[in-house]
Each structure stands twice: as C-alpha cells, then as structure tokens.
Design a binder for this molecule. Structure first.
Ligand code: PLP
Length: 355
C-alpha cells in the first residue's frame, strides 16, 4: 500500500516529477548532457541566490560530508554538535584520520557563537556543524556561527550540513559564503534519493590543492575541472537529473520567498497542534526547524499511534538518537502544503480520540 509521507526523508515525490525520470537515457559525455547539467546549475544558483560553484556526484549527501572534509582538512578540524548529525560529521572526520576538537551543546539547544569562544585556534582548518539538526529539530544560525569562526581565524573554512534546510529555509548564501554547504535530493528538494550536492568556495578549492590523500570520487580539483565544462566527473544519475531539472522549474515558478514562507507556515501548524494536543515541541524556542517538527511524546504509545496512522495511509518518523524514545518527528518539507499538514493533523486528532 502506498502511503503519503510526512517523514524526514526520503519524502513524498509528486507524480509529475517522478514521471520526468522516465525520459530516454543519454550518455553523460554528450552535448545533451552538457545542456542539462549547465541548465541545472544556472537554475540552482538562481534558487539558492549564489554565484558560488555547485558540484554534484551520485550518492547520498554523506558523500560530500566526507568529501569536503577530505579536501579541506589536512590535519585538524573543529566539530560543533547538538545532535546525531553533528556527531556524524565528527565521526566522518575522525574515520578519515583527522584530529577533531569538539564543541558539544545539549540536545534541543541551538549552537550559538558564544559556544565557539576561544575555540577556533590558528591551526583549526575547518569548523563544521549542521544547519538544521534533524534529530532534535533545532535550526542553527549558520551566518552568526560563520561570522564568529572567521572573526577568530579568517583562514578557517566552514562546512555546513544543510541536508534538511537547503531549499526550505533561506540560508542567505551571499551573506554566509559557505566554504562547503552540503545537501541531497531526498529532503526539501522532494526528489528520490541518489544525488549529493555541495556549494563550494574558491578558498576550499584552493585549500584542496594542498591536501594530500583526498581520494578520487570527491576530489574537488577533478570535480571542478569537469563542472566548469558542465560535466560530471563520474557517471551521474541522469534520470534523477531530469527530475531535478523539472523540480527546479517548479521551485522557481513558486518563488523562493513563497517556498520559505510555506515551510515556516507548516512548522507553525505542527508546533501549535503539538502544544494543544500533546506535550509541545522539543527544540528551544526561537531556534525551531522549518522542515521537521520534533514532538515530545509524553506518555503517548507511539508504536500504536503510528500503526493507526499507517493503516490510514500516512507515515511520519520515529525519534532519533538520544531522544528516540521521548520524541517523534513530523516532516513538513518539499512539496507538502499547509493543507496537507492540516489534513494529517486532523487524522491524528481522530486517532488520539480513539486511543
Ligand atoms: C542533517 C542530516 N545530515 C546528514 C544526513 C545524511 O544524509 P544522507 O543519508 O543523504 O547521506 C541526514 C539524513 O537524514 C540528515 O538529516
């Protein structure tokens, strides 16, 4: 039985977008591919309001979390964490042999510039954190964090995991100027999984020249050389690029300010409902996600609640990491609209009454 997904990803994909994937295959060294790739880059830069390069490879977003670290860090990085995915980048860096200092903030609280006080040493090559922490529903202010990093060490690069905020929250890239900002297709872009993307700075590309052992698949030197000619380095998921191309047209037609407002509106609906019907929302006020509501469970039997929801054709997401048993998550991103959220919330009302 197919279910409508209110999950944290993969998320619902509209039929028209899925259908774009059935177009005839082309080879990735053809003129047709070059036009597709170039067009996507133009539209993506317009949507994200940036002139920075955007690189892509087949894979999930983690490919570029690893790739950015392998290209930008010779020896030492600083990882900020307030949840599972902050820890993930720290783990990735360590597994790649980097020495990682850690700033750990309690789960549910936002990362703030004061947490960095005195921590960005002269030998810190990169500072990394998550924009929208998917395990806790905290939206961190990446521009404020990047300003603090650069005030302490202008040479330190910033890598931002924007997997669940890109295309849903205005990250103000012209102000932020990320050295690496990473996302994939299966979250707010509302596409099937399979493509990783990174917005890169010239500083990161320059730094990667000097970093040894950065591997092949995400070598930014090789990727940029191909991308400058509107080609991929290795075989890209062409069908997914067809869908991305169409999705970007749809996104630009909606307009980014409207898209960002729609996501905020959906978050507010979930937040209000959680306060009225359950035990409120987990993350601290003023720093709440536009894409993922992390709700306090209280004494709700989540297993029974979710089974009832699934039997009616809807799926949400379990809690994650440290707060797995005390929270659950409602994804409200991509092509979902406030009317969809109102609908699932009314179904949840019915289930709560029955329980
Ligand atoms: C914030 C965040 N970072 C990283 C990831 C990992 O992304 P992927 O599975 O696309 O590699 C996820 C996945 O949910 C995420 O939510």
């Amino acid at each position: 039985m197919s279910r409508k997904l209110f999950t944290v990803g993969p998320v619902n994909v509209e039929e028209e977008v899925l259908a774009a994937m059935t177009k005839p295959m082309i080879t990735h060294r053809s003129k047709e591919y070059k036009a597709l790739h170039g067009g996507i880059m133009e539209k993506m830069k317009k949507a994200l309001d940036t002139d920075q390069d955007i690189l892509l490879v087949a894979g999930s977003a983690s490919v570029f979390l690893e790739g950015a670290i392998r290209n930008g860090v010779g020896r030492k990085s600083l990882g900020m964490t307030n949840g599972s995915f902050g820890l993930r980048s720290i783990e990735i860096a360590r597994l790649n042999g980097k020495e990682v200092a850690e700033v750990a903030v309690p789960w549910g609280k936002a990362l703030k510039p004061e947490h960095l006080e005195g921590r960005v040493s002269a030998d810190t090559e990169m500072v990394h954190w998550v924009s929208n922490e998917s395990s806790t529903g905290v939206l961190n202010d990446s521009s404020a964090l990047a300003d603090e990093v650069r005030a302490q060490n202008p040479d330190a690069l910033v890598m931002i995991d924007a997997v669940t905020s890109a295309f849903a929250t205005d990250l103000k890239l012209r102000e932020l100027e990320p050295d690496a900002l990473i996302f994939g297709t299966q979250k707010a872009l509302a596409l099937p999984p399979g493509l990783a993307m990174v917005v890169v700075s010239d500083a990161l590309i320059e730094k990667s020249r000097k970093v040894p052992d950065r591997g092949f698949y995400t070598d930014l030197q090789k990727l940029k050389k191909q991308n400058d000619e509107d080609y991929a380095l290795t075989t890209p998921p062409v069908s997914l690029l067809y869908a991305l191309d169409l999705q970007l047209d749809r996104i630009l037609k909606e307009g980014m300010p409207a898209r960002y407002r729609r996501h905020r509106e959906m978050a507010q609906l979930v937040e209000r409902w959680s306060e009225e019907k359950l035990h409120g929302i987990f993350p601290e006020e003023g720093h709440r996600s536009d894409t993922i509501g992390v709700l306090n469970r209280g004494d709700l039997d989540f297993g029974a609640f979710h089974s009832a929801l699934k039997s009616r054709g809807y799926e949400i997401s379990n809690g994650y990491g440290e707060v797995k048993e005390s929270t659950f998550r409602i994804g409200h991103m991509g092509d979902l609209r406030p009317t969809d959220i109102k609908m699932i919330l009314s179904v949840m009302d019915e289930i709560l009454e029955e329980m």
